[in-house]
Design a protein around this ligand. Sequence first.
Ligand code: SF4
Length: 245
Amino acid sequence: MRLAHYEPLSLTDFPGRLATTVFTVGCNFACPYCHNPELVTVREDTPQLTEETFFAFLERRRGKLNGVCITGGEPTLHADLAGFVERIRALGYAVKLDTNGSNPEVLGHLLETSSLDYVAMDVKAPPSGYSEMTGNPYALVLAEASIRLLAESNTVHEYRTTVLPLLFAEIDIDNIISMLPPGSLCHPELHRYQDPRPEPCPCQRFCVRRPRSHCGPHAPALPSPPHQHTKRHLGSVSPFTPPVA
Ligand code: SF4
């Protein structure tokens, strides 16, 4: 695993758990609002955390923490993720995976082997804008496959969407929710991303932060916005059902 760093304690990343959150490096998407851009590609200044340092921390916190949230970047890009999860579980921690849903093969294996206690999958955009939002032409078909796998699994999961008011209309949110199967153990929570800059890119498309190829020469090179999220719960696809013990 290529790890960047960890947050020793989170009360919010893993519902119902006192958790530590570990961040992996590398992502196959290029979301314009990315909140962890330093983790998307490996650069000279990308922080590096060794597995041994992380597991030494987990050993010390046994009995005090009871969950580990693996986030990124995109954790499923790492070929040794299954072994990493297994090693965490062997220490007695529950495991939550945050994923962009782009690797149904890896996700499916982890679900089949009951290696995960919780999955949070980002649903990035309505179907019509999925490729553009993520910068990945295969993102929609991969996300749909991951949603099917989650719906068929017994693993507790939720879907999340970062809402950019400049780019999303209410109909977009409706279209995102319509991608989620009714009756599955899921509850879409939408994160409202607050961009403090007054003007979006003049082309008014998915390029709030990074100019895209369609923007043309007018597109400004915009600085990174501060990391601000607030949660807005928009209701449930179906009543949330806690996991069976
Ligand atoms: S999937 Fe997550 S880490 Fe990857 S670019 Fe999008 S917001 Fe950033």
